[in-house]
Design a protein around this ligand. Structure first.
Ligand SMILES: NC(=O)c1ccc[n+]([C@@H]2O[C@H](COP(=O)([O-])OP(=O)(O)OC[C@H]3O[C@@H](n4cnc5c(N)ncnc54)[C@H](OP(=O)(O)O)[C@@H]3O)[C@@H](O)[C@H]2O)c1
Length: 283
C-alpha cells in the first residue's frame, strides 16, 4: 500500500515515519508542498499517486491562532480543502488528524464522534473547517480526533514542565481543564492500524485515562525524579490568549470496534522520558 504522509516533519509526523516499518510510506514536508498552494499539492500527489494521504500538517499554535486567525484558516481550512480536492480528483483516500478542540468542553461524559461540534477558539474553528472540507470533497475519508499530544520529536507540555522545573522552585499548572494526554508514538501505531483496517468515518484516538494538566504535570515530575511542588491554578489565572475546553475527553468506542486499544497515559510516560534521555533532553 502506498501512503503519502503530509506533515512528516512535525512531532506526530516524525513518529509516524519511525513507527511505519512496512508499506510504502512517502514522507512529505512543507518543502515538498505548501498545502496552501493547490498546484504544489497537485504536483506532489500526481508524482506519488498514493492510495491513502495521511494529513498531519497543520497550523498548531493554539494561542497564535487567536492573534493571527488568517494563518490558522489558511493552513487548517484552505490547506485541508486543497488536499481533499486533489485527493478526490486522483482517487486517493484521506486520513485527517483533528482535535478535541472542535468540542466546546461543556460535556460531562466522553465525546462520541456524532456529538455536535462547537469550537470555542480559532484553532478549533480552523480544524473544524478542515473536517468539513474533508467530508464535503471526499467519499473515502477517515478523521481521527486526538488530544494533548506529547512526543520527544517536538516541544510539548511535558518537556516544558521539565524545563521549567530546572529554574523554578515551584510550578503553577491549570487544574480545571480535563482531558487525555496522548503519546505520539502510541498514536502513530494506532493510526497505522486504522489505515491497515481501511477505516472510514470518525474515530477518536488518545491514550486511555484522564487527568487535568495539573495532575499530568505532577506525574511527569514524579516519574522524572523531580520534587518541585506544583500549585493548582484555574484557567482564568493562567490568562492564555485562547479559551480552552474545560472537558475534552474523547470516547474510544469507535477505536475499539477495530480491535485497537491504547495504554494508559501514565504507562506511556516511561518510554517518553527514556526517549528524552536518549536525545540528551533530560538528565
Ligand atoms: N499538538 C497537539 O497537542 C494536538 C492535539 C490534537 C490534535 N493535533 C493535531 O495533530 C496533528 C499533528 O500535530 P503536531 O503537534 O505533531 O504538529 P506540529 O509538530 O506542529 O507539526 C505540524 C507540521 O505541519 C506542517 N505545516 C504547517 N504548515 C504547513 C503548510 N502550509 N504546508 C505544509 N505543511 C505545513 C509543518 O511542516 P514543516 O515542518 O515541514 O514546515 C509541521 O511540521 C495536527 O493536525 C494537529 O492539529 C495536535
Amino acid at each position: 500500500m502506498r501512503v503519502l504522509l503530509i506533515g512528516a516533519n512535525g512531532m506526530l509526523g516524525k513518529d509516524i515515519v519511525q513507527e511505519w516499518q512496512d508499506d510504502e510510506l512517502i514522507p512529505a514536508t512543507s518543502r515538498d508542498a505548501d498545502i496552501r498552494n493547490y498546484e504544489q499539492v497537485e504536483r506532489l500527489i500526481t508524482a506519488t499517486r498514493p492510495e491513502w494521504i495521511l494529513l498531519t500538517a497543520a497550523y498548531t499554535d493554539v494561542d497564535g491562532s487567536e492573534r493571527d486567525p488568517e494563518a490558522a484558516f489558511a493552513v487548517n481550512g484552505k490547506g485541508t480543502e486543497n488536499v481533499a480536492g486533489v485527493a478526490q480528483k486522483y482517487g486517493a483516500k484521506v486520513f485527517y488528524i483533528s482535535t478535541d478542540y472542535v468540542f466546546d468542553g461543556q460535556g460531562k461524559r466522553p465525546y462520541e464522534p456524532a456529538d455536535p461540534i462547537a469550537p470555542i477558539n480559532v484553532y478549533g474553528e480552523s480544524k473544524a473547517r478542515g473536517e468539513q472540507a474533508i467530508q464535503a470533497s471526499l467519499r473515502d475519508w477517515c478523521i481521527v480526533r486526538t488530544s494533548w499530544l506529547f512526543g520527544a520529536s517536538g516541544s510539548s507540555f511535558p518537556e516544558k514542565i521539565l524545563r521549567a522545573a530546572e529554574t523554578r522552585p515551584e510550578l503553577s499548572v491549570v487544574s480545571d481543564q480535563v482531558g487525555s494526554p496522548t503519546y505520539t508514538r502510541d498514536l502513530a501505531v494506532a493510526i497505522r492500524g486504522l489505515v491497515h483496517a481501511d477505516a472510514r468515518g470518525f474515530v477518536s484516538v488518545t491514550n486511555s485515562g484522564t487527568c487535568s494538566w495539573f495532575e499530568f504535570a505532577q506525574e511527569i515530575l514524579r516519574q522524572a525524579g523531580k520534587n518541585n511542588p506544583v500549585k493548582p491554578i484555574d484557567t482564568v489565572q493562567a490568562a492564555r490568549a485562547a479559551t480552552r475546553p474545560a472537558y475534552s475527553v474523547l470516547s474510544p468506542a469507535a477505536l475499539h470496534t477495530f480491535g485497537i486499544t491504547v495504554r494508559h497515559w501514565r504507562e506511556a510516560l516511561p518510554p517518553y522520558l527514556a526517549e528524552l534521555r536518549n536525545m540528551g533532553k533530560l538528565t
